[in-house]
Design a binder for this molecule. Sequence first.
Ligand code: DAH
Length: 339
Amino acid sequence: MKSALEAIGAAAREQLAGAADLKALEELRIKFLGKKGELTALLKQMGGLSPEERPIIGQLANQVRQEIEEEIAQRQQALKSALAQQKLREEALDVTMPGKQLPMGHQHPLSLVLDEFKEIFLGMGFDVVQGPEVELDYYNFEALNIPKDHPARDTQDTFYINDNIVLRTQTSPVQVRTMEQRKPPIRIISPGRVYRSDAVDATHSPIFHQIEGLVVDKGITMADLKGCLETVVKRIYGDDAVVRFRPHHFPFTEPSAEVDIQCFNCKGEGCRLCKGEGWIEILGCGMVHPKVLSGCGIDPEVYSGFAFGIGLERLVMRRFNIDDLRLFYDNDLRFLSQF
Ligand code: DAH
């Protein structure tokens, strides 16, 4: 029995040394030490031994079991660390490899000019506020002195969502929302998308952008309006830019005006760019109508204000000599990456 035990020990050592992975190791553990393993099977025969032999063989059996267990533990350690080493090698990063070059993005020309605009107005003490694009008829028209039967509604090609709700056709409703929420002095601009049911061509799009402006305080006059807008135009187009104010009509301002900038291409002579006019219209403006003020709870006897609305696309087209508005929305990278 002694030699059988030693034989098991020797066989176990030899086979364990050759175990290629953790799975093979576990199989060997079961083979030698498991409940139905070789060592256990041999120990079951101890009943047939004499009382003198039993402790000697028992001790030897324990020794063999211990040796096998140690051998397994060692082998397990070795296999695990080999595995970890291999994993490390596989996952190694070569930090000297060149990185992937990501193409640099560009700001959209509309955002570019709008940011410049905001910067100028912020510097003059204006806040930038936002209004909803899905707007109540009340704010888009009614509160701006454009009642249901007013002809100005026809010119705006409105997208109606229902009788009371529209896609805003102008940013002017933000004037009303602001005056309802704030007390004068008020100085805000509000850039945003507006919607009109226009067919798409080089100068029209059903979605475009406006920048609304509003100033309300005691003693605001047309001179403030002119001074403010002239300053802004010169900041954008340069000190030699020439502007003129031309009488016009808007239901929500009285008096109203349109502002033209002298064509910088032909200096007023008339050319293709200004369609022979010598002047290019850039915005609508005026003194806020007393009805609009009082509708917002502002006393027109105490306060007065001016407002203006600028079409952003036109401004940007002029700025970069872009002759087709559709380029802004096509998202063609060959166009966009020029800015
Ligand atoms: N909302 C006008 C439009 O879309 C533009 C406009 C004109 C806005 C005069 C104003 C203004 O605030 O005072 O045609």
